[in-house]
Design a protein around this ligand. Sequence first.
Ligand SMILES: NCc1[nH]cc(CCC(=O)O)c1CC(=O)O
Length: 309
Amino acid sequence: MQTKPFRIGTRGSPLALAQAYETRDRLMAAHGLAEPMFEIVVLSTQGDRITDRPLAELGGKGLFTEEIEAQLRSGDLDLAVHSSKDMPTKLPEGLFLSAFLPREDVRDAFIGKTAPKLTELPHGATVGSSSLRRQALIRRLRPDLNVITFRGQVDTRLRKLAEGQADGTLLAYAGLRRLGKLDVPTELLDPKDFPPAPAQGAICIESRTGDDRMNSLLAAINDHPTYDAVTCERAFLAALDGSCRTPIAGYAVCDGDRLSFSGMILTPDGSRFHEIDLEGACGDAAEIGRAAGEAIRAKAGPDFFSSWS
Ligand SMILES: NCc1[nH]cc(CCC(=O)O)c1CC(=O)O
């Protein structure tokens, strides 16, 4: 019998906390465990402390995970809850993504102040976003808009918008939903025009490879279609070597045992882009993502990636 509570590591943002509590609740329900069996441990990461520069400039992924992973490896934590989208494609030795919770809505939400839709914004209007993918997709659809960097937690960004720092902003609808802000979006963007980031909307749980007891508890809350879809999307990202300077979109859907993947890469100014669609068996998720990454890289040619830096 375990007597010490399981220690769940998380960042302290309202969204991160909501995700950690959801994971704890699912573990409690699946195993009939009581609340005192879990302890939520809040950690601050570099990504939380540096809020004035775009993530891509700071080295991108890993900034939200390193401090948490160090404690997971040392045994100070038993599991860590993350937004899969923030996870680097390569994890530290001895750690793995052991479970994914059922995916939320993958779409990006537009929050317009001067117009309800991205396509209806006045000529030259300002849109705040620090994501390279969103910036490139906005410019692809509306090259006339002025895209500015917007960072910080959801509430910070909404405050900046309310203060008039921009005419609109984009956020993952999944995050807004988890925070109960269902009425905030003025438009939900169609993934066909505005494909989401790989792994958007999926909560993942990271644990130690050798921790059999923890991993068997986690296996019971794993959602298989989400696991396969995100595995495919992360393999796509890894095949493009996850360069944090390339705008990359990609999403997979599992329907029964079939998986359909759509991916896109863009130049940062949105003037050029390439798309790929690939289908296969859910069991081949990683292979489909990797093949899609290699195919789109070949389509784009080497000049595509060296045309900016
Ligand atoms: N660090 C940004 C981040 N990572 C995950 C989410 C949203 C939740 C999700 O995609 O699961 C967000 C905020 C956003 O993109 O609006």
